[in-house]
Design a protein around this ligand. Sequence first.
Ligand code: SF4
Ligand code: SF4
Length: 339
Amino acid sequence: MAASEREDGFTVLWLQSGGCGGCTMSLLCAEAPDLFTTLDSAGIRFLWHPSFSEATGEEVTAMLEAVCAGETRLDALCVEGSLLRGPNGTGRFHVLAGTDTPMVRWVERLAAVARYTLAIGTCAAFGGVTSAGPNPTEACGLQYEGEQSGGLLGDAYRSGAGLPVINVAGCPTHPGWVLETLMTLALDGMGDPLLDDLARPALYTDHLVHHGCARNEYYEYKASAEVPSDLGCMMEHMGCLGTQARADCNIRPWNGTGSCTDGGYPCVNCTAPEFEEPGHHFLETPKVAGIPIGLPTDMPKAWFVALASLAKSATPRRVRENAVADHIVNSPAKEHDGE
Ligand code: SF4
Ligand code: SF4
């Protein structure tokens, strides 16, 4: 049944657990149209959101109990932030205020009755930054712990509609990824084929961050940035993972204008499990014998090395000079280098 056919719309309950709240902040940046206009026009209705809703205290507890009892229909359970299972599996590091019940127990009960369950952001999907290091809070994702399937709900979990947890990963996640996923679900349009191998919506992971990057001309010639303010491609020296990161950040700009790579920062592959601990400095490209270890996912390594060497020898002076400058020092109009 599509959202528009339901009198009370497509119902969403949003809970926040062990995260920074950044995914909610990001959601508020939805534009063209704004968040609430988009929700209204798609017939999506929040039962409750900790930042957007007025209801608090016993009103919220009663609403949660009504959902768990099946008296209030829950179409989409959205969880933002990782699930804190500590200490010693009790979950008492995060008790939902006023209930004396750990958030992980609420999430388990609610996920059992939700038609769809969504992990909003990489913390809820895979554990994310909250699970980095020694992880004293025993943080994990809803259905993953890093790259391992399982997490809080277990590998076998399926929501009422028969789907695994839908991982709208990103740190933070893009408002368009969340809204487009919710709108698709509200239209009953999402099934297993539209999720990728990590249960992320293919609507944004069928692309690489590299697609549409403004630095692509530098990439083609392997004209590389050497310091953060340089204009060149950041793959060779600056740790950019755009050729491996599954997201459409350079096709669907953030805040209507840019992306990490547009802002001068390498893509750190924040939509992937375990991005938070790459094993090296985020701004460094690990290499063996001068060749980056993490090469593009869709190209044989030998081809890449051969093409890179050929491209470097053919780099126009304009591209070579601009790559290591913080502004255009050699424009196409001025190029007469005779090389
Ligand atoms: S900076 Fe990153 S995303 Fe942009 S062209 Fe280079 S490798 Fe691709
Ligand atoms: S460009 Fe990379 S690090 Fe930045 S938001 Fe997109 S996927 Fe995440």
